[in-house]
Design a protein around this ligand. Sequence first.
Ligand code: GDP
Ligand code: MG
Length: 824
Amino acid sequence: MNLNELHNGDSATISRIRGRGAFRKRLTEMGFIRGKQVTVLKSAPLKDPVEYRILDSNVSLRRSEASLVEVMTEEDFKELWIDTPRKVTESTLRGPVVSRPGKVIEVALVGNPNSGKTTLFNRVSRSSEHVGNYAGVTVDSKEAIFNHGGYTFRITDLPGTYSLSDFSSEERFVREHILLKKPDVVVNVVDANNLERNLYLTSQLIDMDVTVVLALNMYDELLERKDRLDLGLLSKLLGIRVVPTISHRGKGIFRLLNHVIRVFENRDPDIRHVHISYGEELELSIQRLQELIRLTPAITDHYSSRFLALKLLEKDDNCAFLISEAENFMEIRDTAREEGLRLRSLFKEEADTLIADARYGFVAGALKETMKKSGANPGFTRSQRIDRVLTHKYLGLPVFLGFLWLMFHATFTLGNLPVTWIESGVDLLGNFLNSHMSQGMFRDMLVDGVIGGVGGVIVFLPNILILFFFISLMEDTGYMARTAFIMDKVMHLFGLHGKSFIPLVMGFGCNVPAIMATRTLENRNDRLLTMLIIPFMSCSARLPVYVLIAGAILPEQAGNIIFMLYMVGVLFSLIISILFKNILFKNSQAPFVMELPVYRNPGVKLIFRHTWAKGVHYLKKMGGVILVASLVIWALGYFPREVDYSREYAQLIAAESERGGEGSEAVVAELQRQMESEHQLNSYIGRMGIAIEPVIRPLGFDWKMGISLVTGFAAKEIVVSTMGVLYQADPGNGAYESASLQQRIGEQKYASGPKAGMKVFTPLAGISFLLFVLFYLPCVAVIAAVGRESGSWKWAGFVLFYTTAIAWTVSFVVYQVGSLFQLG
Ligand code: GDP
Ligand code: MG
């Protein structure tokens, strides 16, 4: 029988895995191995994928993948196989750790995804790196330095991995960090909720013969379940010190660090190097290989020969290069092949399966002696209850869409209250400076450049914080992973992978981390495809533009317009994805093996902290790139001071003021307005604007909109700050104090040309502009991220080009067709 034939609630024992290669490895790491029990929990709303309970966690598989797992009833299995958990047999005392001179300890955090590594890292180093309740949050390494117990710790947070094979780029990354950077102590962060799977990774660390301290994290949840674990005995059996921690509350962390020091100083008597016993035949093969490897001391000085022998038997090519220097390299490789064949004819199994089985056997053996489960699991039960709604057959999708709708509406409506306050604050400041500073360039720069530009963007901080709040909520509770589960089938229709969904949602926050997050996708084509469409996920930097323009053209409909823009972005990304999948990437499938973590209540405080951490990033951008860009735009509009006017404004104004009398003030103001706007038109920026106008006129834009779009390449908020500066300097609608930027934009009229006197921002032109902003080239940081992550600048250039082409076409069609129907 195959796993996909079971019904909800059924349990069975795994008898065989038929898949091959990477897929099989991934299943193995998640605990799908012979003899383990698996239970069907439920299928996703669209029937596929299906959620299974394996070891102590929930893992989703597609039906097609489940069909590769053979199962049988427990009774049948017991008759066929005799399963004996292996005992920890051999062990040797750890040789003296060569302490480095100086008082620096290099520590690397290694562990399964979502075990709490980054939380621990943030605690000890007082950082605020990105944390979330799903796999794949940390995708590269972060380093921090701090002092403790007379030592300087240099600690590295690494991406989470289920094992150290060469299945995914993350696993290779972590393994290379351990092998090449050689940290003094590896802190293995282990999720106490699922020791069996987590200790599988530990067993590989044991084989690598590195110095390990084990942080038994999420200890609070183990206590809540009333499970009992003999920590002392477990330490002895593993030869590794086990320290319980509750990292999000900061508990046990000092003890952990003290143990790191003790182990580093070689003062812990329980620490030994344990040999996991792989059974007689495998041990023979290992020994044969070890003897050959040991002939080259240059290699064994760096790496454990036992570890290398195991890797060779596992056919791990990436590790084979470690011994490529050996003179007898060919002989080693041939021997490994020979031994592989010998084992296969003996056991009818590949060597890597035998090794994995033995590792799980070792772990099961150690846990059998030390762990007593109470049977209750409130965390799991709670999650199941929540999932009854959130991943429900019919409710799952509507609830999710409702959540998104709520998110965008809250962002706009709720966010707008404080926006008005900040706006008045900015206004007050501008007026204050205007009336209290003496006239001159410096005042103009401050009021028009800095306050007009940065002030124009900063007012949207509340909107952005609310958006970040919702994203943090999804990340910290564990809903994020569910969305991938719910959406896998849908994504499939569009040629995407369910896991692409998480980067896409993250893209609403900022495209840069979203592009990085595509690293969790194992298949390169899936990754590239996801990267190419992420720019259509409206990032938070585009939000200010949306809010500003939507509010200016159709204030009553603003919330809906914004929601619509997000949806149009999503829709387009899906269409484009189908296109690209068929044109650029030939059909290739990656498995959907993903863990669904238990729901956690992160607490209000934590969510606010994470929201704020993201907000700080936004504020830093204000003070940096946006400030600089605003000043540049201002200067380009301010200079040259001397331009040729069509009329002698200065004389006319002087004459008019002299004349005085009724209405003269209005005439002076009008003259001043005309002079200003003529000056702006003749400034550097005006000339640039006129130069690009032919390209954007068919889209219904004036030159100021065009310039704003160009400057948006540096960062999308700059579209707003540029408008702030450009429409600021143009007192076309009365004095500065009378109107907010939004009102000024709403009232903007063409000064000359065929449309003279007509509104610039008609609803049609506004929509056309918003669509352009939605689609056109992402900011420079995103382009750089695409270049870096795809490993090719060709793709970065491609993104630049194709997004802008789409933007232009869409805006052109919308504006021209709209004009035909006189919607403008
Ligand atoms: P990483 O993937 O290993 O870096 O894990 P994270 O640091 O991102 O944390 C994963 C999730 O577990 C987050 O939602 C944390 O708030 C939560 N978490 C971390 N440590 C603990 C702990 O000791 N107890 C509990 N209950 N939750 C924790
Ligand atoms: Mg992390």
